[in-house]
Design a protein around this ligand. Structure first.
Ligand code: ADP
Ligand code: MG
Length: 255
C-alpha cells in the first residue's frame, strides 16, 4: 500500500515544519490518512508525535507547510467540533470539583448554545460514552478521585461524546490496564467502521496490528507509512533509531 491513501483524504499534512526555538520537532513532514481508517503513530520519545497532534488541532502553528482536514482549512472543522483530541497529558486541575459526567459533557459544548444547556440528546450521548468506556458507575464521582487509567478513559469518553469525524488520541493507553485498553481499542474500531478517522499515538507495538489499519513510523518526518505488520518489521523500526543517532556515513568520507 506504501504511501497511497485509502478512502477520501481526511488528514492532509504537507511539508510541515515545526520548531520550538532551536528544536526542530517536525521537519518537512507529510502524511495523508483516509476516511474510516485507524492510523497508529509510533516513534521514540521526542520523535514529534504529540507535536503532530498539536499541529493538526491548531494548538501549534507550523513554521512551514500546510494542514488540511476534510479537504478544507482546519479552522472550519475545528469550529464545527469535527475534531476530538485526547491529549497525552491533560492540563487539568484535578482538585477542581468536577464530576466525571461533567467532563464528558464538555465534549457536547460545541453543539450547545451560549448558555451550554444540556438537552436530552446531550445527556444520552454522555451516558452512552460513559457506558462504552465502562465508567457508568463512576459518572458522579469527582475526577480527582480517579486512578490514572480511569482519568484517561474519561477523556476518551469526552472525545466519543463529541461524536467527531476525526479522533486524535495521544497515548490513550499509557497507565491504562489491559482490559481497559481492549475496551478502548474495540470502541475505536467501531467508530472507524461507522466512518470516523482515528489517529492514535501508542507505544503498544504488539497490539498495533489488531488496533490499526495502517501505521506511521515517525521521526521528525514519516520514515515509513504502511500496514502495521510491515512497519513493525525490525529493519523498519531500526530506521527510527538510526535516524536519531544521525551517525555520519563513513563510506561517503572516503576519498
Ligand atoms: N513546548 C515545547 N517546548 C520546547 N520543545 C518542545 C516542546 N514540546 C516538544 N518539544 C520538543 O520537540 C520534540 C518533539 O516532541 P514531542 O512532539 O513531544 O514528541 P513525542 O510526542 O513523540 O515524544 C522533542 O525534542 C521535544 O523535546
Ligand atoms: Mg508525546
Amino acid at each position: 500500500m506504501g504511501s497511497s491513501v485509502v478512502g477520501e483524504p481526511v488528514v492532509e499534512v504537507v511539508d510541515v515544519t515545526v520548531r520550538y526555538g532551536d528544536v526542530v520537532a517536525l521537519r518537512r513532514m507529510s502524511l495523508s490518512v483516509g476516511a474510516g481508517r485507524v492510523c497508529g503513530i509510533i516513534g521514540m520519545n521526542g520523535s514529534g508525535k504529540s507535536t503532530l497532534f498539536r499541529t493538526i488541532t491548531g494548538l501549534v502553528r507550523p513554521d512551514g507547510g500546510t494542514v488540511r482536514l476534510f479537504g478544507a482549512d482546519p479552522a472550519r472543522s475545528r469550529r464545527f467540533g469535527e475534531v476530538a483530541y485526547v491529549p497525552q497529558a491533560e492540563n487539568v486541575d484535578w482538585a477542581f470539583p468536577l464530576r466525571v459526567r461533567d467532563v464528558v459533557m464538555m465534549g457536547r459544548y460545541g453543539r450547545m448554545g451560549r448558555l451550554r444547556r444540556a438537552r436530552p440528546a446531550d445527556r444520552e450521548a454522555v451516558a452512552a460514552a460513559l457506558d462504552q468506556v465502562e465508567l457508568t458507575e463512576l459518572g458522579g464521582r469527582q475526577i480527582g478521585e480517579l486512578s490514572g487509567g480511569q482519568r484517561k478513559r474519561v477523556f476518551v469518553a469526552r472525545g466519543i461524546a463529541q461524536d467527531a469525524r476525526l479522533l486524535l488520541l495521544d497515548e490513550p493507553f499509557s497507565g491504562v490496564d489491559r482490559a481497559s485498553e481492549a475496551t478502548i481499542s474495540a470502541l475505536l474500531r467501531r467508530r472507524a467502521e461507522a466512518g470516523a478517522t482515528v489517529l492514535i499515538a501508542t507505544h503498544d507495538l504488539p497490539a498495533l496490528p489488531s488496533l490499526a489499519d495502517e501505521a506511521v513510523l515517525l521521526h521528525q518526518r514519516v520514515l515509513i507509512h504502511d500496514t502495521p505488520t510491515e512497519v513493525l518489521r525490525p529493519e523498519h523500526l531500526a530506521l527510527a533509531f538510526s535516524a536519531s543517532s544521525a551517525v555520519p556515513d563513513e563510506s561517503t568520507a572516503r576519498g
